[in-house]
Design a protein around this ligand. Structure first.
Ligand code: FAD
Length: 417
């Protein structure tokens, strides 16, 4: 059996669903397919913080060699082992190149613009649609337990202000004012009043529902298995676990799976999985109404209505979907030691998700070089929830042929050529 559609979107995470929404607004009726459920991938139980303040990519502007050394320790909040995997070795080489200071500054400016646009779109979506997702723009607090971390936080605050953002430095007593449960070990914090948060699964599922009302169609448990046909430089169809699908245009929004899928199709898409964990617990009485990030420990905390989400760690250990209880417990321990929380997994074990990591920290939103009708929309790293609506808008813009925007070149696939 063969199904036909104008636009096929592969992946129903935040990126696929936001793309579907903005495409329906441009008059298309996209078909979105997913190997699991809508919001079943990394967009399921991530921390859900909307952080236009956190536009710093992993490849730091200086000191990358020290960081790479530090990240070889499995106890570190980012674990990037030296491995024999040629894709990861290549990825690490590109990470070093992306840390070159001028390159890094350009990258941060693009992320800052994209995140800012996304926040505007989030506000617009919540004004126009009735999305039940605990959306709030009530700020976030970046908390530090080391003086070295706090110094870097202060530099980040200055940079944020120089780009027009608002940031306030707090000493320990200032932190206590906002976060009475902060441990004595905490040395200071940066308050970013323009950040926000939501419940990620609720947002993605309710926007998918809205897109469905406007002509998009969603199929769950359908896996793309290969290319069905090619004609004159265009992919005409894909094979799936259920039936072949013919289309005019396809959007690859398969998150961390995009690298492997791209390789199967002869494309070099340097997206590797960065595993992370989360716990969801009842919100303790008195936990404040804003997001908290324990920056030195790499942990994020989001109060979502009556629940509290605690998430963290980035592990470059491949597409292994077994939960490593010992490593996940580090997230719980940091939240206990610094905020007095006691997270326990609700359904027996913590949730685990794969962040789609590019070496330079920027997503890829571009036509594939090899196939003229394949648009890549992947590689959103640690801030895919933050960047989702801006990406969906860009996808619709590229498909409708709207003239190039200022950041199109920075998001192009050929930056990795
Ligand atoms: C622990 C953790 C905490 C995080 N916290 C935050 C945060 O606070 N703020 C923030 O902005 N971001 C956060 N992120 C990052 C964010 O979750 C991701 O960047 C974002 O969800 C990526 O969205 P996506 O749509 O690209 O990928 P996904 O949500 O992973 O969607 C991709 C989809 O593609 C489907 N797929 C894959 N292969 C196929 C195939 N062959 N056929 C059909 N379907 C396929 C998958 O099933 C999946 O549903 C966090 C991530 C983690 C892991």
């Amino acid at each position: 059996m063969t199904r036909q559609c104008d636009i096929l979107i592969i992946g129903a995470g935040i990126v696929g669903v936001c793309s579907a929404w903005y495409l329906t607004q441009a008059g298309y009726r996209p078909l979105v397919i997913d190997r699991g459920e809508v919001a079943g991938g990394s967009s399921h139980a991530n921390a859900g913080l909307l952080v236009p303040s956190s536009w710093t990519p992993m490849a730091a502007g200086n000191g990358i060699e020290q960081l790479l050394e530090k990240w070889q320790d499995p106890e570190a909040s980012i674990y990037l082992p030296a491995s024999g995997d040629p894709h990861l070795s290549d990825w690490r080489r590109r990470l070093r190149a992306a840390a070159e200071p001028i390159q890094w500054l350009k990258t941060t400016a693009v992320l800052h613009r994209l995140a800012g646009r996304s926040v505007e779109l989030y506000r617009e979506l919540h004004r126009e649609l009735s999305l039940q997702d605990h959306f709030r723009m009530d700020g976030s607090l970046n908390v530090f337990s080391t003086q070295a971390g706090f110094r870097q936080g202060a530099t980040q605050a200055l940079r944020h202000r120089s780009m027009g953002g608002i940031a306030a430095l707090l000493d320990r007593s200032g932190v206590r004012h906002y976060l009475p449960q902060a441990a004595d070990k905490i040395v200071g914090a940066v308050l970013f009043p323009e950040d926000g948060r939501l419940s990620p699964k609720a947002f993605v599922q309710s926007l998918a529902h809205e897109a469905g009302q406007h002509g998009a169609e969603f199929w769950s448990h359908v896996t793309v298995t290969g290319i069905g046909g090619i004609d004159d430089g265009q992919i005409t169809s894909v094979t799936t676990s259920t039936e072949d699908i013919e289309f005019d245009v396809a959007v690859l929004a398969a998150g961390a799976w995009s690298g492997a899928l791209g390789r199967d199709w002869g494309l070099n898409v340097p997206v590797v999985p960065g595993r992370g964990y989360s716990y969801t617990m009842a919100r303790p009485e008195g936990f404040p109404d804003f997001g908290v990030q324990l920056i030195d420990e790499g942990v994020a905390v989001n109060p979502m209505g009556e629940r509290l989400r605690i998430a963290g760690r980035v592990e470059f250990t491949g597409m292994d979907d077994r939960v490593d209880g010992m490593r996940a417990a580090q997230v719980a321990r940091a939240s206990r030691d610094l905020l007095g929380l006691d997270p326990r997994p609700e359904d027996g074990q913590p949730w685990m998700g794969f962040r789609p990591m590019t070496p330079d920290g920027l997503p890829i939103v571009d036509w594939s070089i090899k196939y003229e009708n394949l648009l890549l929309a992947c590689g959103h790293n640690k801030i895919g929830m933050t960047l989702g609506p801006a990406t969906g808008e860009l996808v619709a813009r590229r498909i409708t042929g709207t003239p190039a925007g200022p950041d199109d070149a920075a998001l192009a696939l050929n930056r990795f050529a």
